[in-house]
Design a protein around this ligand. Structure first.
Ligand SMILES: Nc1nc2c(ncn2[C@@H]2O[C@H](COP(=O)(O)OP(=O)(O)OP(=O)(O)O)[C@@H](O)[C@H]2O)c(=O)[nH]1
Ligand SMILES: [Mg+2]
Length: 300
């Protein structure tokens, strides 16, 4: 992953000829910089913002004739992106859960169809169980055929408790009942799966905000498919405006992703990435680490 990003970045930097490392000089290469980002799936308007932010971060200085200008420019841009990603590194979910005295800790998973909500929820359940916490898997997707059976199968495989009702039920009510059920059994966490929806469907977006309003989750996790590029940005914008979210999970990072979706959404919304989905097995969920991500993007 991020192979194209790294290659294109190296190419971009070697095409830049600077006399001084200054904002004015770099401004001349705005189009090239923005194009490099856009080619890597960064949304155009965010690519412009990233470039502006980068320029602002630069302290002007003359370049010594014998200095490695390319190397210095590379370092500056890499460090700029690194600082942003680092500032968005969250604490561990397990710590947040343990810090909360009341039980259960409520997490709601949202996102468009097929991004990997249910799979990610099951992976989170697996992680929590391994750390000694007991999560209840809740299917508030009473809409898509097979959704209840799908999550139930995960619960059985993971030997975790499961809660659902029947298709057609109000998802907000299902989540509400599940929370009471978890309270009475002293479960640590409630993981609420919701039906995938297109952000253009206003009724379904309203339904989702109702689930959140009534059940007041401790956190809402937006799941995005890192392969979707620009659309991930649109999705984040719509879910942000209609429902809101606290953390991000990017799935399918095991495929050859360009990285732009991740960069765009985190830059624009400044929400922490909790995990990256890196495959189809339960173990394939990695806590986000900015150092690793920067290494993949820029090498070194
Ligand atoms: N390679 C890979 N596949 C993934 C990852 N996460 C999810 N998938 C796959 O993506 C497909 C869709 O996953 P689901 O979890 O059912 O997606 P969903 O968002 O719940 O879908 P709906 O409930 O229909 O909206 C499945 O085939 C998953 O195995 C990942 O990190 N890597
Ligand atoms: Mg699902």
């Amino acid at each position: 992953m991020f192979k194209a990003f790294k290659e294109k970045f190296d190419k971009l930097v070697s095409s830049i000829k600077l006399k001084t490392l200054s904002r004015d000089e770099l401004e001349k290469y705005r189009d090239e910089f923005v194009l490099f980002l856009v080619e890597n799936d960064v949304a155009f308007e965010v690519a412009e913002k990233i470039f502006d932010g980068f320029l602002e971060s630069i302290e002007e200085h003359k370049i010594n004739r014998f200095k490695d200008v390319e190397g210095e420019l590379k370092e500056l841009f890499k460090n700029y992106i690194h600082r942003i990603l680092k500032s968005l590194e969250p604490d561990s979910l397990e710590d947040r859960i343990r810090r909360l005295e009341s039980r259960p800790y409520k997490i709601m998973f949202i996102g468009v169809n097929g991004v990997g909500k249910t799979t990610s929820l099951a992976k989170v359940g697996y992680r929590l169980k391994k750390s000694g916490l007991l999560p209840l898997l809740v299917c508030s997707d009473t809409f898509r055929a097979g959704a209840i059976e799908q999550l139930k199968t995960h619960a059985e495989r993971l030997s975790l408790p499961f809660f659902s009702t029947t298709y057609g039920h109000d998802p907000a009510a299902v989540a509400y009942d599940a929370i009471s059920y978890a309270e009475s059994r002293k479960y640590d966490v409630v993981l609420i799966d919701t039906a995938g929806r297109q952000y253009s469907n206003v009724n379904l977006m309203n339904e989702l905000s109702k689930v959140a309003r009534i059940n007041n989750p401790n956190e809402i996790v937006l799941v995005l498919d890192s392969l979707t590029g620009y659309d991930a940005y649109t999705q984040a914008k719509e879910f942000h405006d209609h429902v809101g979210f606290d953390y991000l999970i990017f799935t399918k990072v095991d495929a050859d992703v360009k990285g732009g979706a991740i960069l765009t959404v985190t830059y624009e919304f400044r929400k922490p990435i909790q995990y990256l989905g890196v495959g189809q097995r339960y173990e394939d969920l990695k806590p986000f680490n900015s150092d690793e991500m920067i290494k993949l993007m820029f090498g070194g």
